[in-house]
Design a protein around this ligand. Structure first.
Ligand SMILES: Cc1ncc(C[n+]2csc(CCOP(=O)(O)OP(=O)(O)O)c2C)c(N)n1
Ligand SMILES: [Mg+2]
Length: 1014
């Protein structure tokens, strides 16, 4: 590149647009008195005349204000990195003498060269800061490029001839250049020779640490990172620190070796090749503890998990070893999980800081990265309940595999929560075990981005790549990461570039698919040996001390192994990641098996109703439409009735009085997708001024959090599940925009919500609000797919239960989740209330209405909500038919909104005596007891299940066998509803109405099933 081109490029790089001749003239004209360049009349870019810049430079030296401010900035940057300071009287003199000393004072041509060279050096420094990581030696195997590209950026000085790129020559190497303020390589020196500049840049950016941070658009943050890594001598460790590091490596390595020796044919997902991860995590925790962190919540995949449990969390080794015993019996109810999925919670003293620290590793499924948002939600909750709004006491660490980090979308969704006010955990430290392989797949086939960590760039998180075979570099990077989190409360990524010594698991043969890589791996000297040799060679430890350290840890393992044989029973509850002290009795059982009535006093209802109808702050102008809504609420309160939104208000508000925190999260929940909720009022005249009346209910009340989420289901539902894990004394609700969107969070539903308790003996009371209903809105927006939740319900369709007084509650205790579809606002209120009044926690799936939100019939009286009232699992027929049960020809069982269609149709057809309509409000667990009563009440009636959903969806497949069990297969249960279909609903409004008409006709055709067999 010619000088001039380079010059032009450099100018561009400084955001200074090259000015055309007329531009310059215009600027000069505009700036009146200012310097008039002779260059105006000369072709600036011709390369034939350098006077323009030169003269400009001298003019600037005399008076920086005489040139345009872009030139002022330009010269200031170029000139020695020290900003021009008009208050320094010697500034001019310094510049002059600088030129003098370079023999330039009288030779303008040389001055131009000087400017260019300084600019060149500045560009060069910047090039290293931006692209140095591409040539850093990150791969311990030395055969792979961590960025998947062997290309060496042309602006890095890898050989002398590259100097020409900047218009520099070998002869310039010993010239001294002043350093710009954007580098710290000088330490206390302000200028260095070019040779030294390049050496120091290479040292910082091209050795075992690769830094990606220049994309961060915050100068202070970039400066902070540059200072941490560029300052000469920053990576010095004391002998004590080196010995601690070695001892931690010994533990990490010998733990893996021990497992390999004892259980050579067991799957362990060993850490071999990345043993440094253990000291890395310990450094992050030590450093964070030093800075005030008291609680660290971690999420991690399979790789190295046992080692983390043993050496980071410090789970008793015998508890880990005993799980390799195939004869071990499970003591807890539930199906349990494999050892490398279990969670852990441990409070202990951090040895480095002598401060108390609590560590929690969250249980997780095989589904990689699914635990990420769950960890974040739990972390947010722990911060929230401690009042640690800035995240100075509680923090999260997430570990990732390279393939999963790049491949799983939930990683991206989780990153996007990181800076949202109601979701931020004030910075997460991400550690990637980048073994440059995912099972059998090469990174080149597994991702399109250069690094597996590029996803983190979306939130401007700095990314520190580090060669995992350089333990000191790893420790340094980890300690900077911890400081970064503490300083800026933002995410940061540590990418441990390593290798995987064995196959994906210990039974796999990696040579089938990665022969050359594994040839190299087989030759690879383990990191412990390399580091021990280094420390022995430099006299930090002796060989004997090293061997003693190994022998000591091996002995610990052997002794624990002997003790582990005494363990015949596995208690999963000892592996609980989120204990709830005081909630259960000492055996971990509920303190009772009953639930008090869920109604509340009339006064409370009235008070909440009044606040829900008001604007509790002064001079706050709300929208006229909203005023109407509030007036309607006030009217309802006066009339002692509630609609859906007000019933929800009553339930939430009542909890707040009792000190129960309520959190409602999801897309557009603040207003409500259907514009019915309005929990956040917006001042129509003052931007961003809002008011949440629910937080103005009482002087002393629990806080109410209502937050519009990012447009994510997987991430946000996982987050709320994690939030709900932290405390049993909170009602945490996630609302889908429409129920069908929950399927993009299916993994959280299947792997955590449905089966979490069975696998990890962990209760969770999260509430899912899923708008559902066939209203002619098309195939989407209609069905929340209740059949999926019901299919995963664990109550036995064929077992006739024993009915006891406690049946209702013990059935709830046994189930994996509760599925309800309420037909009245009052019952919705009770379902929410029961969720907290139960002596245990279960996920609650509520199919919520859309048109019923405004349906004139879908209102409830205070009478159905006052003290003494309770949730109705079944709402029996209570009209004319109920009074003449023996005359009733048909009982229609249904759930949800279709009830209102049926009642209307029954009236139209004048069949109120002949047809009873009974509502199933709690679908699962199935209210066998109440339905049995209802069935027996109408001995001569035929039994119909009516649903608006298609036959292969909805509830039919769930209720049919259970009804049959109740009647002992003696009576049929007929189906009335839409035909089976592939799509959840039709896209054609007319087809929708025709099919509704058709099934309503069948429902009330009392001959419809005559002569049919079942
Ligand atoms: C969501 C999901 N998809 C697929 C798998 C199957 N699987 C288990 S491990 C693995 C490879 C993981 O590679 P990486 O993330 O690099 O971690 P490593 O095993 O290399 O430590 C795959 C595909 C899984 N566990 N989870
Ligand atoms: Mg991998």
């Amino acid at each position: 590149m010619s000088h001039l081109k380079l010059f032009a490029a450099t100018l561009k790089c400084h955001g200074i647009k090259l000015l055309e001749k007329h531009d310059i003239a215009r600027k000069v004209f505009l700036h009146g008195q200012r310097y008039v360049s002779s260059g105006i009349s000369e072709p600036f870019l011709s390369g034939s005349n350098s006077n323009y810049v030169e003269e400009m430079y001298y003019a600037w030296l005399e008076n920086p204000k005489s040139v345009h401010k872009s030139w002022d900035l330009f010269f200031r940057n170029a000139n020695a990195g020290q900003a021009y300071d008009p208050h320094l009287p010697d500034q001019l003199e310094r510049k002059a003498s600088f030129l003098q000393s370079h023999g330039l004072a009288q030779t303008p041509g040389k001055a131009e060269k000087l400017v260019e060279d300084h600019l060149a050096v500045q560009s060069l420094i910047r090039a290293y800061q931006i692209r140095g990581h591409h040539v850093a030696q990150l791969d311990p195997l030395g055969i792979l490029d961590a960025d998947l590209d062997s290309f060496v950026p042309s602006d890095l000085i890898t050989t002398i001839d590259k100097l020409g790129f900047y218009g520099l020559h070998e002869s310039d190497l010993d010239k001294v250049f002043q350093l710009p303020t954007t580098t710290f390589i000088g330490g206390s020196e302000t200028s260095l020779s070019l040779r030294e500049i390049i050496r120091r840049l290479e040292n910082t950016y091209c050795q075992h640490i690769g830094l990606e941070f220049m994309f961060i658009n915050d100068v202070e943050q970039c400066q902070w990172i540059r200072q941490k890594f560029e300052t000469p001598g920053v990576m010095k460790f004391t002998n004590e620190e080196k010995r601690t590091l070695l001892a931690r490596l010994v533990r990490s390595m010998r733990f893996e070796d021990f497992l390999a020796r004892k259980w050579s044919s067991e799957k362990r997902f060993g850490l071999e090749g990345c043993e440094v991860m253990i000291p890395a995590l310990k450094t992050i925790i030590d450093k964070s503890s030093e800075m005030g962190i008291e609680y660290v919540i971690m999420g991690m995949p399979h790789r190295g998990r046992l080692n983390v449990l043993a050496n980071v969390i410090r789970k008793e080794l015998e508890q880990i070893f005993c799980q390799f015993d195939p004869k071990l019996e499970a003591a807890d109810e539930g199906s349990g999980d494999v050892k490398y999925h279990l969670g852990m919670y441990h409070e202990r003293i951090n040895r480095a800081t002598n401060k108390k620290i609590t560590l929690s590793l969250m249980a997780n499924p095989s589904h990689l990265e699914a635990v990420d948002p769950v960890v974040q939600g739990k972390t947010k909750a722990e911060q929230f309940y401690r009042g640690d709004m800035a995240g100075k006491k509680v923090m999260s660490i997430l570990l990732h595999g390279d393939a999963a980090f790049a491949g799983q979308g939930v990683v991206y969704e989780t990153f996007h929560l990181s800076d949202l006010p109601s979701y931020t955990t004030n910075g997460t430290i991400h550690v990637v075990v980048n073994n440059q392989i995912g099972f059998t797949t090469d990174p080149r086939m597994a991702r399109s981005s250069p690094y597996p960590t590029d996803v983190a760039r979306v939130v401007n998180a700095p990314i520190f790549h580090v060669n995992a075979d350089d333990p000191e570099a790893v420790m340094y990077v980890c300690s900077v990461a911890a400081e970064w989190r503490n300083t800026f409360n933002k995410d940061v990524v540590v990418d441990l570039v390593c290798y995987r010594r064995r196959g994906h698991n210990e039974m796999d043969e990696p040579m089938f698919t990665q022969p050359l890589m594994y040839k190299q791996i087989h030759k690879q000297v383990p990191v412990l040996k390399k580091y021990a040799d280094k420390l022995i060679a430099d006299g930090t430890v002796t060989l004997q001390e090293f061997e003693e350290e190994i022998a000591k840890y091996d002995r610990i393992c052997e002794e624990a192994y002997t003790r582990s044989k005494d363990n015949k029973i596995l208690h999963i509850k000892h592996w609980l990641d989120s204990p709830w002290p005081g909630f259960f009795n000492v055996d971990g059982e509920p303190k009772s098996m009953s639930c008090p009535p869920t109604g509340i006093s009339e006064d409370l209802l009235t008070h909440i109703g009044n606040v829900a109808s008001s604007v509790p702050v002064k001079d706050f102008k709300i929208h006229a439409g909203l005023s109407r809504i509030l007036r309607a609420r006030l009217e309802m309160t006066k009339n002692r009735v509630v609609d859906w939104a007000l019933a929800e208000y009553m339930a939430f508000g009542s909890f707040l009085k009792e000190g129960i925190h309520v959190r409602l999260s999801g897309q557009d929940v603040e207003r409500g997708t259907f514009s019915h909720r309005h929990h956040v009022l917006h001042d129509q005249e003052v931007d961003k001024r809002t008011c949440v009346p629910m937080n103005h209910l009482w002087e002393q009340q629990a806080p109410y959090t209502v937050c519009n989420s990012s447009l994510s289901e997987y991430g946000v539902l996982g987050f709320e599940l994690g939030f709900a894990m932290a405390s049993p004394n909170a009602l945490v609700c996630w609302e889908a925009q429409f129920g069908d969107f929950h399927n993009t969070a299916q993994c959280i539903i299947d792997q955590f919500i449905s089966s979490g308790q069975a696998k990890w003996v962990r209760h969770n009371g999260i509430v899912l609000l899923l708008p559902h209903g066939m209203e002619g809105m098309g195939p989407e927006h209609s069905s929340a797919r209740p059949e999926r939740f019901l299919q995963m319900s664990n109550d036995d369709s064929d077992a006739y239960p024993e009915f006891s007084e406690q049946f209702e509650v013990s059935q709830l205790y046994e189930c994996n989740w509760i599925v309800v579809n309420c037909s009245t606002p009052a019952n919705y209120f009770h379902a929410l209330r029961r969720q907290i009044l139960l002596p245990f926690r279960k996920p609650l799936i509520i199919l919520t209405p859309k048109s019923l939100l405004r349906h004139p019939e879908a209102k409830s009286s205070f009478d159905e909500m006052v003290s003494g009232t309770t949730f109705q699992r079944v709402i029996p027929e209570n009209g004319l038919a109920a009074h003449v049960p023996h005359e009733v020809r048909r009982v229609i069982f249904c759930t949800g909104k279709v009830y209102y269609d049926l009642v209307k149709e029954r009236k139209n057809q004048d069949l109120e005596k002949q047809v009873a309509i009974t509502r199933l409000e709690q679908i699962s667990p199935f209210p066998f007891d109440l339905l049995k009563e209802e069935l027996e009440k109408y001995p001569g009636a035929d039994l119909v299940w009516c649903q608006e959903e298609h036959k292969n969806s909805g509830y039919y497949d769930y209720v049919k066998p259970r009804f049959r069990t109740i009647v002992n297969h003696t009576r049929p249960i007929w189906y009335v509803g839409r035909e089976p279909a592939a799509a959840a609903a039709t896209g054609n409004k007319n087809t929708h109405l025709v099919s509704l008409r058709r099934f309503l006709d069948t429902a009330f055709n009392l001959e419809a099933f005559e002569g049919k067999t079942f």
